[in-house]
Design a protein around this ligand. Sequence first.
Ligand code: HEC
Length: 348
Amino acid sequence: MSRSRRAEALDRSGAFIRKLIEFAALLLGVAATRADAPPAFEQLRWTAPGSELALLSEQPATCLAADDDALVRSGRALFGAPTLLGGQAAKAGLSCASCHINGRGNPHFLLAGVSAAPGTADVTNSFFSAARGNGRFDPVTIPDLAMPGKVARGTDTRALEAFVRNLIVEEFGGQEPTPAMLDALATYVRAVRACPGEPSVGRRLDDQLSAIDDGVAGTRLMIDRGDPQGARLAIAAMRHQLGLIAERYTGPRLAREREGLLAASRALQAIGEDNTARIGPALARWKSDFDTGLAKRLRRAEARSLYDANRLAESLRQFAPSAIMLRRSTHSVRGAAFRGAPGAAPFQ
Ligand code: HEC
């Protein structure tokens, strides 16, 4: 073989190897986009094994007294905000609504160290507030707030406000709530009613979209009341709802929607960190952009998301082992595993 022919052959084999590498990269790339990451549903951290599908596809209905009342809506927004509760609960993504779904109970709730049987919790547990645990493990059934309970609901004594304040600060180690925040939360709790026939309703994108409306109402109300802490919490509540949507828009075909959700959440974060006087106008602009842009795209794609019960069931079947592993690690390592846990972190 002459020198030049050998060089030519080497060249050709070099080119062949380059092509091979390109082809392998292409295959890997395709594989990487095809294999969806398992969905990381925050709510499965505190859901009894076997109840995943039930929890993620259904919810108890609530018929609110005065559901267009700004105070009720604001309260509902704060009720779903994990950062209202401090410490471990907030890190886990747990809010009032995790235990009291739509202000009712949660028969599937199960968290090691906090629950005995599914549907029970010990809210005086040191898991939530290291300083205040009562040292006993005495979980009770999570009450349905639509039913009369131990705590008087009348507005005369304000026993409900005192109870909720105590829950937040003493039991969950949260920041002291402002009077406007307590007013909103108690007004919401007082408005929770069972619906005739007790229907169970499907979970829909609309749940999150109307929760975002609640957050806007809550932010406005708090600004009107001169309460920046409440306004920031209402914004955090909206970001959490965006995170709940993102959990359901999985896979390469919904990447654009996911990116939109992340961008919307970052924009909200910037609004919340801005001077209080600028929050109102900036939020109005954000909401109008959201309604005319992203919200419409999300609605169009809802049937392809995990709000679709069949797709959800399929995805849970496919990824069941990893969902179980996630739960094990959070249960055994407790708080440590909640830090850095996957899911809605960019949305909180
Ligand atoms: C970890 C689950 C959990 C979370 C989170 C939680 N609760 Fe509860 N809640 C319970 C349990 C369990 C009880 C019953 C406590 C008892 O009877 O001692 C309860 C009781 C109540 C009651 C009294 C009901 C009655 O008997 O009259 C109200 C009101 C209430 N919760 C509101 C809230 C609010 C507001 C939040 C958020 C700040 C919240 N809960 C967060 C589990 C939870």
